[in-house]
Design a protein around this ligand. Structure first.
Ligand code: ADP
Ligand code: MG
Length: 728
């Protein structure tokens, strides 16, 4: 008999075990049993083909109706038509004529792939498939391995779903009674099946309710382990000791607030207080500050930095790009005025020095800044990765602020923190609104502050769609609007998805080759590109306006020059890639045109348009798209146009992303412990698990009362998925 730790070769034999290891990296019964079905297909019921949508990943049960082999462009093309009795779908295989001997008319099978559209017809290109064994007694053959519900597994060519089903069946049959790590009290409370039954029910469900209940139990397990791990991590942080940063005389903070040209919003007041409280603790702050673009995070962070300087420490602000670091530097020195000029003639009695440290500085300037950081002369430093480099040492680093944290790995965050003599306080800022449960899952070891309101006086942004296919004249009107804005003295961003297009169109032959190689742009589509758009508009629709380009292939000098010229109003129209996505703040910019807007994610569009309407000028954003009017893409764009609520859009974005994207790709990979958990779908479960985890940790921080559970948490700790989540 087998346990969860039994090696697969002991029950499946060497050959099969090898294939499983090669295909999915699994070596134990536990790993095999946690290779869960994606879905179930009801035996005997063919899938309704008329309901399949383009771009969906599907697995269908269907019958082969016709098979046709032809030659085109020097390739053998095998076309297989499958049917559910009324609607048809075609499957195509290039240069795989040998499949003809399996794929015979009349046979029934599972076919899996992404629904594409070719010449107006839906098709699966190179689908995975699994034919139901042929013979007199098909049903009996199927029933030998599964009941009415056929599990559909993530599969590979070597190891189709069918074969996985057989392996799982052998594993389940040889399994002993299993010890269950889930505390009995919790299992009873939620009427969860025990572990063994959960495995049986998810792989061989007697009915779909049992499958669902098993899925819930196994998902809850994942959520619980994760919450226990994160909870323990929070406890670890509290155990660290650091200097509390309560300024004895908050002179700098007071002088700064006296200078501020506005009053804090209620949200800012609240968050300022939260941070002040954190900084006064003798263990490091570990806080995430989220808020829409323009909600006033930078001001809050600056205040925190100043209070650390007031307590004679130093603060560092880490930005993901050079453009952003420069931007922060400008904003912060402007807000501080003479307070940032200490030690110079302009400086007053109180103040500090603020430095910008980026990779592109000449070595001598870097050295000079390094010296001032080491001596403590510089109170606030703003920079990119250059802050992490070897030469940088601090006199007394008390606070690290990380902007746009999702772009940094935890290693980088930590590398900077290591430069402090005791663990510094940490404030992470993000403008990507994160739904609560996602935050709880991904950033569960951070406390969270949220700025929900925008400072008053901010004018809203209006967003309109320009569906070029239906209403081409709208685009001309858009360029007219650009000229009108420029004539009013305002500035305009035009955003394109690419810097440049590949320089030629593919021939049909090359497209077939691309398809065979599984390359991305099969559709031969050209997209708006900065380097094409700029000269075109300069000569055409926007003739006479001062136009400049900004994109990632330019040197940082060029980027900096362009940004500062734009900030000064010397440029009317900035044609850019998403380099302007985060943080760029030019109050006079009133309009943004986003070309091929369907190429961007929902949250990204929202971030982008946050660049306009930042001053007293109302913002206008136009989303230009060639997508079909009733397509999914257009619906998505319409949703962006309809709301300015970043949290709602973040939800929408997450819902549309593929599984795995949220927690990182390693989640869907081999040994990860987090297979079922989906942050949005499982919100209730996550809440439930968090509650249970907090309850356990409150009385038993080491989880000593539940040794098996403790063991599982330790396994998760060492799991690569957990490490990835730290990085995300
Ligand atoms: P974020 O970093 O969240 O994008 P910022 O802190 O950069 O936001 O603030 C955006 C703009 O709003 C800046 O120009 C800033 O000076 C201004 N601002 C910040 N707080 C307020 C406030 N309470 N009232 C008015 N304007 C504010
Ligand atoms: Mg900002």
């Amino acid at each position: 008999m087998a346990s969860l730790d039994t090696r697969l070769q002991n029950i499946l034999g060497d050959r099969t075990a090898q294939v499983l290891e090669k295909s999915f990296g699994m070596t134990t019964v536990n790993e095999l049993l946690r290779h869960y079905p994606r879905r179930y297909v009801v035996r005997g019921e063919l899938t309704d083909i008329s309901k399949l949508l383009a771009d969906d990943e599907v697995t269908i049960l269907a019958q082969i109706e016709a098979v046709n082999l032809r030659r085109a462009n020097g390739k053998n093309i095998l076309e297989v038509v499958v049917t559910d009795g009324s609607a048809n779908l075609s499957l195509t295989f290039f240069n795989q004529a040998w499949r003809e001997k399996d794929l015979k008319a009349g046979r029934v099978g599972l076919f899996a792939g992404k629904v594409g559209v070719f010449k107006g017809k839906r098709q699966l290109s190179h689908p995975d498939y699994q034919l139901i064994p042929d013979g007199d007694d098909v049903d009996a053959a199927v029933a030998e391995f599964a009941g009415k519900f056929l599990p559909v597994y993530p599969a590979t060519a070597k190891l189709p779903s069918w074969k996985v089903m057989q392996c799982v069946k052998l594993a389940l049959d040889s399994l002993d009674e299993l010890p269950d790590y889930l505390p009995a009290e919790i299992a009873e409370k939620y009427k969860y099946p025990n572990l063994k039954k959960a495995f049986a029910d998810i792989h061989q469900p007697p009915d779909l309710d049992s499958a669902e209940n098993a899925r819930q139990r196994l998902t809850f397990d994942e959520a619980l382990l994760l919450q226990l791990l994160l909870g323990q991590r929070r406890n670890e942080i509290v155990k660290l000791s650091t200097k509390s940063r309560t300024p004895n005389t908050p002179v700098l903070v007071a002088a700064f607030e006296k200078r501020l040209p506005f009053k804090y919003t209620a949200g800012q007041v609240e968050v300022n207080a939260e941070i002040e409280k954190d900084l006064s603790n003798k263990y490091p702050m570990h806080r995430l500050l989220q808020g829409e673009v323009g909600s006033g995070k930078t001001v809050v962070a600056l205040r925190a930095m100043l209070s650390v300087v007031d307590s004679s420490g130093q603060a560092a602000l880490l930005a993901p790009t050079e453009v952003l670091a420069q931007q922060h530097f400008r904003t912060i020195t402007k807000l501080l005025g003479e307070l940032a000029q200490s030690g110079t003639l302009q400086g007053g009695a109180i103040g500090t020095q603020v430095e910008l440290l980026t990779g592109s500085l000449p070595a001598a300037s870097k050295k000079a800044i390094h010296a001032k950081l080491a001596s403590g002369e510089t109170g606030i430093v703003i920079g990119t990765h250059a802050l992490i480099s070897d030469g940088v040492a601090f006199d007394d680093l008390g606070l690290v602020v990380v902007d746009e944290q999702h772009r940094f790995g935890v290693e980088q965050r930590d590398a900077l923190r290591m430069k402090a003599k005791q663990p510094p306080h940490l404030l992470v800022m993000t403008a990507t609104p994160i739904p609560r449960t996602v935050a709880m899952t991904i950033f569960g070891d951070l406390d969270i502050s949220t700025l929900r309101e925008l400072p008053s006086g901010r004018v809203a942004i209006t967003t309109h769609l320009i569906p070029v296919l239906e209403k081409p004249h709208f685009l001309n009107r858009a360029w007219e609007r650009v000229k009108e804005e420029a004539a009013k003295g305002h500035q305009i961003y035009i955003v394109a998805p690419r810097i440049a297009n590949p320089n030629k169109k593919l021939t049909e032959r090359e497209m077939v080759a691309a398809q065979l190689l599984g390359e991305e742009y099969l559709d031969n589509e050209q997209m708006s590109a900065v380097e094409e758009l700029a000269p075109e508009l300069a000569k055409g629709a926007l003739k006479g306006l001062k136009i400049a380009m900004l994109h990632g292939r330019q040197s940082s000098e060029v980027k900096e020059q362009t940004m500062s010229a734009f900030a000064k109003g010397e440029i009317d129209v900035l044609i850019a890639t998403t380099v302007i996505e985060v943080g760029v703040d030019v109050a006079n910019a009133s309009m943004m045109v986003i070309m091929d807007a369907d190429r961007f994610g929902v949250s990204q569009l929202h971030q982008l348009r946050g660049r306009v309407g930042r001053g007293s000028v109302p913002g206008l954003c136009l989303l230009v798209s060639n997508a079909q009017e009733d397509s999914q893409s257009m619906t998505r764009l319409a949703a962006v146009a309809a709301t300015l609520d970043g949290f709602e859009l973040a939800r929408l974005d997450l819902e549309q992303r593929k599984e795995g994207d949220v927690l990182g790709s390693s989640q869907s990979g081999g040994r990860s412990h987090l297979r079922l958990l989906r942050v949005l779908r499982d919100e209730d479960l996550i809440e439930r698990a968090r509650e249970a985890a907090l309850k356990i940790l409150a009385t038993d921080p080491e989880i000593n009362h539940f040794p098996q559970l403790k063991n599982e948490v330790e396994k998760l700790q060492s799991d690569e998925a957990a490490r990835f989540m730290d990085k995300s």
